[in-house]
Write a protein that binds this ligand. Structure first.
Ligand code: ARG
Length: 338
């Protein structure tokens, strides 16, 4: 809990963990350590988790109910400030969890420190990331859904159009264009199922795991689970703070999805080339070239194809980050977010 913010002795730049530290953190270490530049995107989820935690602490009498109410009001205020850009964290805040707590204490005073009772940033970040991914995965699924509908609409609109089916990129047999489009529909339907499946396994509430072995405070994990709408509780605290399978599974599903989108993009590019000449795209979705006025480039599709690379890369990066980590939490895990 740090040294209670008593002014003097706020070593390590007044950090929550600075209690026994006498020297301030070296600025280079501070910069390397900081995730605030990217995990600020978890602010809404961090606040959501903290409100559920604070209410539970208050209801259980682990902290005074009046403090719990003040914490909730303060957190809502911090969330508004982050959203409107009025609260600008600094690199000294280290991460989103410490930034929000710092601002909370500024707003409501020492009661704000009670929020962290029975909790560690290790289970906090495990919770926040799951909340974030739940939302992101839902948004991506909605977009994949829209794309499937779009393919089906095009298939119906051109129900009688014929094209060559290829093997070895050589014309093989005639086929309906709609049949070709529906092939992508099948791929995307499997992608949807994979994303849903991964989200289902990620649907666990991690608070209560503490830093790694739980907490002696009599938390009501079930109440927090219900408040946050998770299906289950994580069962093993060491696993809960060290596990990033749920991100890997999401990334794996995302990588396969991007592979499919890249194949579709590649075909659109081929089809719109002069050599194939199957389709023509409007000015609105193509770009030209100053030196070669005959050109009509499908940059968007090329970028979809191109961006698949970075999504594959993220999967391999996190697998590599994870493979040598002993239990439980290690700071390497912070690399899971970018
Ligand atoms: N910013 C950290 C991360 O993303 C939060 C957890 C930090 N925990 C710790 N014990 N230093 O992983």
């Amino acid at each position: 809990m740090g040294n209670g913010g008593d002014g003097r002795g706020r070593a390590a730049g007044g950090k929550a963990w600075g209690g026994r530290f006498r020297e301030p953190t070296d600025p280079a270490v501070e910069r390397l350590n900081a995730s605030i530049g990217f995990d600020i995107r978890l602010a809404r989820h961090d606040v959501e988790g903290s409100i559920a935690h604070a209410r539970m602490l208050g209801r259980r009498g682990i902290i005074p109910p009046a403090d719990a109410r003040a914490i909730e009001r303060g957190l809502r205020q911090v969330a508004r400030e982050v959203e409107t850009g009025r609260f600008q964290p600094t690199v000294g805040d280290e991460d989103v969890h410490m930034a929000i707590e710092r601002r909370l204490v500024e707003l409501i005073g020492p009661a704000g420190k009670r929020l962290h009772t029975g909790r560690s940033r290790n289970d906090q970040v495990a919770l926040d990331t799951r909340l974030y991914l739940r939302e992101a995965s839902g948004e991506i699924r909605a977009q994949v859904h829209a794309l499937i509908r779009c393919l089906l609409t095009a298939a119906e609109r051109h129900a009688s159009v014929l094209m060559p089916a290829y093997t070895h990129l050589q014309p093989a047999q005639p086929v309906l264009f709609a049949h070709h489009l529906c092939a992508y529909g099948e791929m995307l339907a499997r992608d949807l199922a994979r994303l849903r499946d991964a989200a289902g396994r990620a649907d666990e509430m991690a608070l209560g795991s503490g830093a790694c072995t739980g907490t002696t405070f009599p938390l009501d994990r079930e109440a927090v689970r219900r408040a946050l709408g998770f299906a289950r509780l994580t069962r093993n605290s060491l696993d809960a703070v060290a596990d990033r399978d749920f991100i890997l599974e999401f990334e794996a599903a995302a990588a396969i999805l991007m592979m499919h989108l890249s194949r579709l993009a590649e075909e659109l590019i081929l089809w719109s080339s002069r050599e194939f000449g199957f389709v023509e795209f409007s000015d609105a979705v193509t770009t030209g070239s100053s030196m070669m006025p005959q050109k009509r480039n499908l940059d968007g599709a090329e970028l979809v194809r191109g961006k698949a690379g970075r999504v594959f890369g993220r999967l391999l990066a996190l697998l590599t980050t994870m493979k040598g980590l002993p239990l439980a939490y290690n700071k390497d895990l912070q690399e899971d977010k970018e």
